[in-house]
Design a protein around this ligand. Structure first.
Ligand code: MEV
Length: 441
């Protein structure tokens, strides 16, 4: 029987691994070998990775690929993508090349506002609370000077604090709704530190606000935390071209392609079941670049999906139209990203990825990430409305199936060639592989 362990975090890495192998595995030597295979031989580098989180036992690899030929605002980029799903990088590269020949992508940052909130309970006179807030607002900002000094030197800081009455939704619930400019950092630590200071100053000073009764002085702070919903930190990316240039040796006529493409977007706008998958495809591109550049993809995911539902129904993040003979396709998403702080100067591959992108500032990275999402969606919808998705996807997945079958390099070469003009399915590959083995035996 497995029993709980006390003081696990205090064990050495070796002890943790031994405990794990002995407790949860039958063949504990294989487990230890597998974990060690993924350690970096450079001990300093391994230690750096060990210290990113707690209880590290090994590294978990994801392939880092690049999608070249992305022309964004007239600058040519090779985009780094960290992702495990076969066909994502290939699809991005294909879309990049398609639009390279048609003028490339245009991207614009529309706004850069970050948000944080102090959530608190107050059960007294609302009027007195508003008077107290007006009297204390400048003091709230003043009390964070030790935190905001450096950010202000870089052109950022606190942009506003508002008192919000949420009592119609929850009895006694109010907020300090705070907005920030964090320039090239994602700003999570900066925002949270400011919020915790606001909460303390707000509560402490209430004690000496004479108009308050004893009960009213007892402002109950519930929590102070940034919001990953950043609907005013927006970036837009787009492509456009004459409908007549939407062909590429395809069997489908350009007009028919444009019409079907726009319909596919309309369907994703109206049908949530489709919208979720449509947006998932967009996130294939976005997450891969966000991860490769050391940013928080969970924050980005949460914020973007909330934005997709901002009108009360989950909908497409991309939009398309045909007007006056022109095809236009665009995306508008909230993105809170940093190119300084966090992992950006720590993780050697993140540093490399950012250098590959020309050391972008946060706004430039927002543009690149939005383009990656738009390109990914273009590639997916283009396949869906023409050949279907499985043809390209299974071609890329073929190597994974062959690896599962432990095919040699020569066998892989043989089967990639063999399936060039055939439909790839899991069973087709297994059958062909087994037949080949029998014939060779
Ligand atoms: C697969 O990872 C993503 C797609 O399903 C996206 C889409 O359907 O638009 C191909």
């Amino acid at each position: 029987m497995i029993t709980p362990i006390a003081g696990f975090s205090k064990l050495s890495k070796k002890e943790k691994i031994e405990w794990l192998a002995n407790t949860y595995f039958q063949t504990n030597e294989t487990v230890i070998d597998t974990l060690k295979k993924y350690w970096n031989s450079d001990e300093t580098l391994q230690k750096l990775h060990d210290e990113f989180i707690e209880n590290t036992i090994s590294n978990f690899y994801l392939p880092l690929g690049i999608a070249p030929n992305f022309l964004i605002n007239d600058k040519l980029h090779a985009i780094p993508m960290a992702i495990e799903e076969s066909s994502v990088v290939a699809a991005a590269s294909k879309a990049a090349k398609f639009w390279l020949d048609r003028g490339g992508f245009t991207a614009t940052v529309l706004s850069t506002e970050k948000v944080g909130q102090v959530h608190f309970m107050y059960f007294g006179s609302t009027e007195k609370l508003h008077t107290y807030f007006s009297s204390i607002k400048s003091e709230l900002i003043e009390a964070t000077k030790h935190i905001t000094q450096n950010m202000e030197k870089r052109g950022g800081g606190i942009t506003d604090i508002k008192l919000r009455d949420k009592t119609s939704e929850l009895d006694g619930y109010f907020q300090l709704h705070c907005t920030f400019e964090t320039v090239d950092s994602m700003g999570a630590n900066f925002i949270n530190s400011c919020l915790e200071q606001f909460a303390k100053t707000f509560k402490d000073n209430a004690e000496s606000f004479e108009a308050f009764t004893t009960e009213e002085k007892d402002i109950q702070i519930v929590m102070s935390i940034l919001s990953n919903y950043v609907p005013n930190c927006l970036v837009k990316a787009e492509v456009s071209c004459p409908v007549s240039s939407l062909t590429e040796g395809e069997t489908m006529d350009a007009n028919e392609f444009a019409t079907k493409f726009v319909r596919a977007i309309q369907i994703a706008k109206t049908e949530p079941y489709r919208a979720v998958t449509h947006n998932k495809g967009i996130m294939n591109g976005i997450d891969a670049v966000v991860l490769a550049t050391g940013n928080d993809f969970r924050a980005v995911e949460a914020g973007i999906h909330a934005y997709a539902a901002k009108d009360g129904r989950y909908s497409s993040l991309t939009h398309a139209e045909v007007k006056d003979g022109f095809f236009k396709f665009w995306i508008e998403i909230p993105l809170s990203l940093g190119t300084v702080g966090g992992l950006t100067s720590l993780h050697p591959l993140v540093k490399l990825a950012l250098e590959m992108l020309g050391k972008p500032n946060a706004k430039e990275l927002m543009q690149i990430v939005a383009v990656a999402g738009l390109a990914q969606n273009f590639a997916a919808v283009r396949s869906l409305v023409t050949t279907g998705i499985q043809k390209g996807h299974m071609k890329m997945h073929l190597v994974n199936i062959l690896n599962q079958l432990e095919a040699t390099d020569a066998e892989k070469k043989h089967f990639i060639n063999f399936f060039k003009d055939k439909t790839v399915t899991h069973s087709a590959v297994v059958n062909a592989f087994n037949a080949y083995k029998v014939a060779q035996a």
